[in-house]
Design a protein around this ligand. Structure first.
Ligand code: DGY
Length: 435
């Protein structure tokens, strides 16, 4: 019988680099990615605590003086990825790391809740607590950065200025923003489409938009204030903000275990109250029955349902009534018998594409959050379905980056596993789901 946990451990160990971080997968993503590193640390916590800690240390070592943590850290050189360090030029920002080159954008703030997960998982709590003690202030500083620099209206909701910050890179959510822009046709060599079938990746024109927003940010030396004033992409994202809220909660819990730090705990509680209130007031869409994105540049909600719409369950943001509305929406639109949960974009919408990256496929990290979120609210049956679907997809297809939600794609030796193979977070989170 197949031992999925052993296979998953092998995937992680093979992707581990001697510099002390783990690539998401070979070729396609040859550096350290922020939210990948967090999920990867959860997997290692079960079988190699030293690597788990190392993963977080190497990420936090690249933190900027202002508390910012970048989305990619370029510890090493590689010519298999575009755009690399010479395009991003993080050195333009006066407070960027002098030691590690990186991008000038971030990714969902997972580090706080990852520390709490690591502490939950390991047996030697005392040892992990001393690791947490020596790293937690840097994560707190990162939250200070978010509330200080990314919340210009002081709402408790932080903005992202690039679709790559959302983690849900090419979601149909962004299509209407691209229509407000008209970037030049940049000349560059894509590398992603040499590793993965182009039908599973963003288009050339989408990349023009992605690069253009970076060019604007670079023109302002990655200054947050200038970006908030000029970026055509300026979004309050429910997934991103839910991760921040979840991480606030974890920092409070961990500081309480550590003892002392009452000023930080008080500040975290103030942020937390304001964030949760604004989140429910501003990001809920009654007609759709879910949380949605808010476009700060164009002053409107973006009225689409995605797996990000359900992520607030993981952070305990909805009350019981709202949670029920969310679950009903999930079941109605995403939960048909012919589908695996949970598609990344509304299968009932014409923009849904079951093969294309964040335009429809199932992602294991979102499923992992939904599993714990549904359990938190007592939806045990549905939680179990999300977990079983995740395990079944990996069992049938392998440790892919994303998966076709249509069940009939997995018949007769065929499978709907797409994107990168031997993908680290699919392996890491499978370990947690199976333990
Ligand atoms: C990519 O290159 O597609 C990455 O997801 C960006 O973070």
């Amino acid at each position: 019988k197949r031992n999925l946990i052993e296979e998953a451990e092998k995937v992680l160990n093979n992707n581990f680099q001697k510099e002390g971080f783990t690539i998401p997968c070979e070729g396609l993503y040859p550096f350290q990615w922020k939210w990948d590193s967090g999920f990867i640390a959860i997997g290692y916590a079960y079988f190699d605590v030293a690597k788990s800690k190392k993963e977080i240390t190497t990420l936090l070592d690249a933190q900027w003086e202002n508390g910012f943590i970048p989305h990619i850290v370029f510890h090493t050189d590689s010519d298999t990825y575009f755009p690399g360090p010479d395009f991003h030029k993080s050195e333009l920002h006066p407070q960027s790391s002098r030691e590690f080159r990186s991008t000038g954008m971030t990714q969902p703030p997972i580090t706080g809740f990852i520390l709490e997960e690591m502490h939950r998982i390991v047996e030697d709590k005392e040892d992990m607590l001393s690791f947490v003690k020596s790293h937690i202030d840097r994560v707190y500083k990162n939250h200070e950065y978010f509330y200080g620099q990314r919340d210009p209206r002081n709402e408790g909701l932080v903005y992202i200025y690039h679709n790559w910050e959302s983690g849900t890179d090419n979601s149909p959510m962004w299509d209407d923003i691209w229509k407000t822009m008209n970037p030049p046709e940049y000349e560059f060599e894509r590398r992603d489409t040499t590793h993965v079938d182009p039908s599973q990746r963003p288009s050339k024109r989408e990349y023009d938009h992605y690069l253009h927003i970076i060019e604007i940010a670079k023109n302002h030396n990655y200054d947050d204030k200038a970006i908030a004033e000029t970026s055509p992409f300026l979004i309050q994202d429910p997934l991103f903000n839910a991760m921040l809220i979840k991480s606030n909660e974890s920092l409070i819990n961990l500081y309480e275990v550590i003892g002392g730090h009452s000023n930080k705990i008080d500040q975290l509680r103030i942020w937390q109250r304001k964030s949760i209130r604004s989140f429910n007031e501003k990001l809920f869409n009654n007609e759709l029955g879910v949380y949605v994105h808010y476009d700060l540049r164009n002053e409107k909600q973006i009225s689409f349902v995605s797996s990000s719409s359900f992520a607030p369950l993981f952070a305990g943001i909805p009350d019981i009534d709202k949670a029920k509305v969310l679950v009903n929406t999930m079941l109605e639109r995403f939960g048909g018998e012919d589908k695996y949960l949970c598609a990344s974009f509304d299968p009932a919408n014409e923009r849904f594409n079951p093969k294309k990256y964040w335009r429809g496929p199932v992602w294991i990290n979102l499923n992992w959050m939904l599993y714990y979120g549904l359990k938190k609210y007592g939806y045990d049956e549905l939680a179990k379905r999300v977990k079983n679907d995740s395990v079944e997809l990996i069992d049938k297809a392998g440790f892919y980056e994303y998966f076709d939600p249509r069940k009939n794609m997995y018949k007769n030796m065929e499978h709907g596993g797409y994107g990168g193979r031997n993908f680290s977070w699919s392996a890491a989170l499978l370990i947690d789901l199976l333990k």
